[in-house]
Design a protein around this ligand. Structure first.
Ligand code: AMP
Length: 218
């Protein structure tokens, strides 16, 4: 049966970095809702234009468009064995829609690792974050710098700082997370799917604990 992993955690905790490491190790598709929106913005699609107005402010994109975008993505062939969801669901309505969607694919959310860290660490990490323009690979000037400044180690493309990684927007995104996304923690805990992981450990250690959580689930 297909396996679906939902990575929960505040902005800046390392969900993107860890999702791409888990994807390489497990072969499961990495689906980042933020990356999908950014691709749409780059291509200037209607969805991209709409999403941009919310993303620039640090607000969530409305549930109906986000859910439709993820449903489309999950129905592609590379998700047959399952997926690692990074940044979705972010509201109770999205979590509910995901359950319905996955039952349609004969699956369910198997495990929900919650990666956590103190707020000052998150602000620090996002402030130093550099993202690769071609594929969204993530670096941090303090904690995991690229070999060559401004250049992606993986594909040589340009690194840039996201507009919504500015200090004021970062703080607002954390508030949005606290208000709209944290109710999902209790939801998945009640279902017995939540596994808490300390995101202030090394990247390698966090990946190891995530891999253990995935193994224990199967
Ligand atoms: P991220 O790359 O996960 O930090 O997401 C960047 C931005 O994309 C967020 O601040 C939201 O504006 C938007 N976004 C990403 N995922 C979602 C989602 N599941 N629901 C609504 N908006 C989202």
């Amino acid at each position: 049966m297909a396996k679906y992993i939902v990575l929960l955690g505040p902005p800046g905790v390392g969900k993107g970095t860890q999702a791409s490491r888990l994807s390489r190790r497990t072969g499961l598709a990495h689906i980042s809702s933020g990356d999908l929106f950014r691709e749409n913005i780059k291509k200037q699609t209607e969805l991209g234009k709409l999403a941009q107005t919310y993303m620039n402010k640090g607000d969530l994109v409305p549930d109906d468009v986000t859910i439709a975008m993820i449903k489309d993505r999950l129905s592609r062939p590379d998700c047959k064995a399952g997926a690692i969801l990074d940044g979705f669901p972010r509201t109770p309505a999205q979590a509910e829609a995901l359950e319905v969607m996955l039952s349609g694919f004969n699956g369910q959310v198997n495990v929900v690792p919650l990666i956590n860290a103190q707020q000052d660490v998150l602000v620090d990490r996002l402030g130093g974050r550099w993202t690769c323009r071609a594929s969204g690979h993530i670096f941090n000037e303090k904690f995991s710098p690229p070999k060559e400044s401004g250049v992606c180690d993986f594909d040589g493309s340009e690194l840039y700082q996201r507009d919504d990684d500015k200090a004021e927007t970062v703080k607002y995104r954390i508030v949005v997370y606290m208000e709209q996304t944290t109710p999902l923690i209790a939801h998945y805990r009640e279902l017995g799917k939540l596994v808490e992981i300390n995101g202030m450990q090394s990247i390698e250690r966090v990946t190891q604990e995530l891999m253990d959580a995935l193994k224990n689930e199967s």
